[in-house]
Design a protein around this ligand. Sequence first.
Ligand SMILES: [Zn+2]
Length: 490
Amino acid sequence: MHQPRHPSRFPLRLLTALTLAACSPPSPQTDAQSPEPQTAAPATNGSAIDLIVHGNYIVTMDERMSVIRNGAVAVDEGIIIAIGAADEIDAEYSATEVLEGDNRIVLPGLVNGHSHAAMTLLRGVADDLELMTWLNDYIFPAEVQFVDAEFVRIGTELACWEMIRGGTTTFVDMYYHPDAVASVVESCGMRAYVSATVIGQRSPDAEGAEDSIAKGLEFIERWQGRNSRITPYFGPHANYTMNEEQLRATREAANESGVPISIHLSESPYEVQYSKENYGTTSIAFLESINFFDGPTIGAHVVWPTEEEIPILAERRVGVIHNPTSNMKIASGISPVTEMLRAGVRVGLGTDGAASNNDLDMWEEMRLAAFLQKVDRMDPTVLSAGTVLGMATRGGAEAIGLGDSVGMLATGMRADLIQVSFDDVHFIPTYDVISHLVYVSDEQDVTATVVDGKVLMKDGKMLTIDTARVRQEATALAARIKTALTEQNR
Ligand SMILES: [Zn+2]
């Protein structure tokens, strides 16, 4: 259902060619089963490049929401150098590696704008609890007891495996022992923001806020400019776990190092109440009053902004990350996503940590984001499939400050893209590919994941992570955690 009056920045102007097209077989000239030249000794005299990705549909997520039938994306040195009809791309280029496009949809990789990757190891450790009980009685104590660099390495690798498997190419992480996170990201090939997390209490890697800022500055110095896929940044936890002085100091340190900030922002009624009692005003208004938004900022959650606060987010260009599953599971509330988009706020999507989700499936976030707004407004026309797909790709990239390089398939963009198979019975019939991507697809339908032109997963097979080893390490560590928790609760 497309609603022309929707205020989204991702208007649905689907090409007419798209409708009802998937049922027809691919045209002979783009038959993806014909063998492609695998080396630089081709039958064609096309220029030699690294990679060509074919698809029955190329969903570009550009401003016009263009969808190319029987198309291809040409990639060289990590960059999209051409995109268009498959026969034209094949005539022009000869690639070392080709991803065939039979029954495949190609689209930009998904952007998970808020996560705590290593918390995969705490998946299911405590469920069905109110946020502050969950944090104070379970998560914070468990973290102090169990989280060390090894825990973070294993948990992050497990998360990256799950994210690559599900078509996520970029994630914004907020956790501890950031060197361990960055090392995993470096080796598995994803793109990530890795945080020096700051919290006003003892944490797994620091004695308090001052210590975490000092260590964070050292981490940023080690990683800034080292790998173009990895952006180190500061992650002050929230305004209820830090005081004004600590929040100001973190912003200052971030600005001095030239890195962004991400913070849990207006997540729960508790946070807003805490803010009123301790700072005299609501969360966003308070942070604005101390110039906290003076610099690139990503606000995670933003469930309870007041009417006056939404324009602040737009004016200050705060990227908002909506986490519908976590907000539902912890009963934090329903974020006014529709109003924020209407006010020009950049809104992306995130999974939050696996302990409050309990998976890292961005397809589920898309679906729930749409459904939650519709039922909240009692209006099925809000947050259309195209808008939600935009939030998971281009809009998410814009919200985190990477809009110039990823989130859209266009010449000159970094080659972060995925192939989704529509072989499964749940795609039949296919009237509208964008509807299916949002309302039908799940992470099992993703068959290939490419970041920076490098294929991280092909035909569902993980190429940069040793799946068997990660499974074994995660299972062994979880067994130790379970034993310790059982002993404790005896
Ligand atoms: Zn979070």
